[in-house]
Write a protein that binds this ligand. Structure first.
Ligand SMILES: Nc1ncnc2c1ncn2[C@@H]1O[C@H](COP(=O)(O)OP(=O)(O)O)[C@@H](O)[C@H]1O
Ligand SMILES: [Mg+2]
Length: 367
């Protein structure tokens, strides 16, 4: 703890407690409970503290971790006892007047009018092939007859312009008359990337609220055509972007990308914890670059987390070259082992969103 001295009990007020809770992260994440909007109520009576949390999770381990970290944060401040109460989060926050000064960050979440489903592709770790998977997933969905779009929300390292061969996107992107961003098109799929707008600015130094505002404007401000699925490529990790995205637009689900080595697995678990905390359904986990570095880790994590395993994409050196020239595998070699693996992934994702085999005649075309 960063507390210098145990304060005397007289100084312990509800606002001191609330401030202390701003330094307590949700288990596995860097985000704190207060900014998550999870702290419903704090009461202090004779140094006895009661904290009421509005949580969706009923996971006993998560709750026990929360109790322990809240206790550890408050004892040094002079709390004689700490009780943590978990209640269901308040419904329909928009209908409630903002009494406590902290506006509910979830209150203005919207459903994107033009996109039936918005799904996020995330990973705990960079370099696992998240962007490659996002691009080929969208192209495979499109190939199966769904109207798919791509949103590159990786503000720290947008790579879809390169992967799709539209590095000149920044100079081509236009706004509509009513100030909406008009998507570009690559390989038949509408796409918008943060990379088109960053210029010289470096979001690496942006503070949380700036990221949140930018992501919200970006997620909502695109004039998409009618879409069945909008695939969002997230930056790696469990930072502000996924949180802001989930608070800005309703997500139908998330796909987690992992790699075979065990180190990647712990990271995948963190990503899963985050989506769980954000109440974004996990559509499943996909293992990328299976083969030379091992295989099976994705399936293991899926089993541990009891979420679907969506399959494995083999390690294939040609994928690197295809990314470099902007012609993704689903376009360059749809019939390759990797191409078929992306197609298999797309079918699994489509099925989890409620679509069965989309085009009957695909079966004939393939045989
Ligand atoms: N299945 C694969 N086999 C071989 N190389 C891959 C595969 N998937 C991705 N790559 C390569 O790995 C690198 C990182 O991929 P990328 O999609 O940019 O990862 P991320 O978005 O997770 O940072 C790229 O050079 C990409 O071409
Ligand atoms: Mg990427």
């Amino acid at each position: 703890m960063r507390t210098d001295h145990p304060a005397d009990a007289g100084a312990l007020t509800a606002s001191v407690v609330s401030d202390a809770l701003r330094r307590v992260p949700y288990p596995g994440l860097t985000r704190d409970l207060v900014s998550f909007g999870m702290v419903e109520h704090v009461s202090v009576c004779d140094a006895r503290v009661k904290v009421t949390l509005g949580l969706h999770t009923r996971d006993a381990i998560v709750i026990a971790q929360l109790e322990a970290s809240i206790d550890a944060a408050l004892r040094p401040l002079g709390a004689a006892s700490v009780a943590v109460d978990v209640v269901a989060p308040k419904p329909a926050p928009a209908a409630l007047p903002a009494k406590r000064g902290t506006p509910d960050p979830w209150a203005d979440q919207v459903r994107l009018a033009r996109a039936r489903h918005v799904i996020a592709v995330g990973a705990g770790k960079g370099g696992v092939g998240k962007s490659t998977v996002a691009v080929n997933l969208a192209l495979a969905l499109a190939r199966d007859g769904l109207r798919a779009g791509l949103l590159d929300a990786d503000i720290y390292g947008p790579s879809l312009p390169i992967l799709l061969g539209i590095e000149d996107g920044a100079s081509r992107v236009r706004m509509s008359e009513d100030k909406h961003i008009l998507p570009l098109e690559a390989h038949g799929v509408p796409i918008i990337s943060f990379g088109f707008f960053l210029g010289e600015g470096s979001p690496a130094i942006w503070r949380g609220p700036m990221v949140s505002k930018a992501v919200k404007q970006f997620a909502r401000g695109v004039a998409w055509p009618e879409l069945d699925v909008l695939v969002v490529d997230l930056p790696p990790g469990t930072g502000d972007v996924p949180l802001s995205l989930a608070q800005a637009v309703a997500l139908s689900g998330a796909v987690i990308v992992t790699q075979p080595p065990r180190v990647a697995v712990a990271e995948a678990r963190k990503a899963a914890d985050m989506f769980h905390a954000l109440e974004v359904p996990l559509l499943g986990i996909v293992e990328n670059m299976s083969g030379p570095f091992g295989r099976g880790a994705g399936e293991t994590v899926a089993g541990e987390l009891t979420i679907p395993f969506l399959g494995e994409i083999p390690f294939d050196e040609a994928i690197v070259a295809e990314g470099d020239v902007g012609v993704p595998t689903m376009i360059a070699r749809p019939g390759s082992e990797a191409g078929m693996a992306f197609d298999h992934l797309a079918r699994a994702v489509a099925a989890s969103l409620g679509w069965e085999r989309v085009e009957e005649n695909l079966a004939q075309a393939e045989s």
